[in-house]
Design a protein around this ligand. Sequence first.
Ligand code: HSE
Length: 447
Amino acid sequence: MREIGIGLLGLGNVGAGVVKLLKDNAQAIEARLGARVVVHAIAVRELEKARPVEVDRDLLTRDVAEVIARDDVEIVCELIGGADRARSAVLEAIARKKHVVTANKLLLAMHGEEVFAAAEKQGVDVYYEAAVCGGVPVIRTLREGLASDRIDAIYGIVNGTSNFILTSMASVGRPFADVLADAQARGYAEADPTLDIGGGDASHKLAILIMLCFGVTVDADEIFVEGIEHLDPIDFVYARKFGYEIKPLAIARQVEGEIEARVHPAMVPQTWLLADVPGAKNALYVHSYALGASMYYGAGAGMMPTAMAAVSDLIEVARNIRAEVAGALPLRSYQALVHQPLRDIAELRCRYYMRFSVVDQPGVLGRITTVLGNHAVSIAQVVQEESARPSRPDGDDTQGTERPVWVVVLTHEAREGNVQQALMQIAELDVVVEPAAVIRIAQYIVP
Ligand code: HSE
C-alpha cells in the first residue's frame, strides 16, 4: 500500500492528539485514503518529557530542519505555534517543496501573504483547518461549501478559553483567575493566555475568516479588539434580567463597501443560537445571500478536536498528492486577494449596555442622560436599584447618601464614536465613582 510520509513539528497537546488519532483511526484513514499515513519524524523541544501519548523515542529529534529535509517526509505538520519559529519552519518546508498542514492562526494572520505566495510559487499545498474553531470545519465550509454564495456577515464565538470563562462566570460566579487556570489545565488556552482573554487569538482567527469570506486580506492588528478581563459578575446578572447572555464575539460585516471587524464581549439575545454555545464550544453564524442564515458549532479547542481537524487536512493533502493535484487548487477560496483597510470603529452603530457607579443624589440620573442626549445617544431603558448596592469585599464602606449605586442604561442604536465621547464626559462628572461598565449589544444587521 502507498505510504504518505509525515514530519511533525511539535508534540504538545495538539501534536500528541495527531499521533493518537493517526494510530486510533489508522484503519478508517487507510480505508478512506487507500494509502497509509506514516509519521517518520517528530521535532520536539525536549527529548525527555512525559507526554500524553506513547511515542517511539527514535522518531524524536530536536532538529526541525532535519525533519523537514527528510526524503520520506511529503507533508510537514506544523504544530509548534508562535509566529517566528513557525514562519521559518513553514517557509523552509515550502522551499523544499513539502506540503504543509498547520494549526497556526497567528502565523497565518501575521505572515499569511508570504506563506501563501511561497506555496503558490512552489506548487505545494498549505492547509489550515485547525487554525480556526478547532475541530469545527469552518474553513472547508467557507472555501467549498459556500463557494457559490456571497457572504454578508459572520458572527462567531471563536475562542474556546474566553467562552469557557464567560460561561463559568455566568453560571457559578467563579472568580476569573480560577476559571482561567481551569481552562489552561484542560489544554484550551494559548501558551500566552493573554491572547485568549485579551481577544488577540480571536482577532487572528477573524483575519483568516475575513480572507475566506470576503476575498480580502486585512491587517489583524487593525481589528478592533476588547478583552474580557474587565467584566464584572454583576453584569452577567443584569444581562439575564434584560434577556441576554454575555458572549465573546468576533464579528465581520460588509458595511457600505467597507469591512467592519471587531472582537469584544457582547450581550447576545437569549433567543439566538449563539447565546446557547457553552463552555469551550465554538460557533460561527454566517449570513449569505443565497443560503441565508447558517451556523456551524462544535469543540473549538482541546487536544482531540483540534487534532481531528489537522489529521483531516493531512488526509486531504494526501488525497491531492495521490490525485496529482497537490499545489494546484486554490488555498484561500479566492484566486486574487486585495488588501483592504478596515472600517473605522467609530462608525460602528449598535445598541449599548452601560452600568454607571454613581453617588445616590438628586439629579444624577438627569446629568448622565443629558450627556448621552447631547451626543445623540438615545436611551431605551434605565434601571436604578432602589437599595444601595452591597459592600464590596475590597472595602467599599461608604455610608448613607454618599454610598454608590448602579444606574444601568440600555441605549437605542448609537454611533460608537459618539458613545465613547459621551462616556469620557460622564467619567468626569463629580458624581461618578468608578469607570462605567460598557458592553455592546449584538444585533444581526444584514445589509
Ligand atoms: N486558545 C485557543 C482557544 C485554542 O481557546 O480557542 C484554539 O485555537
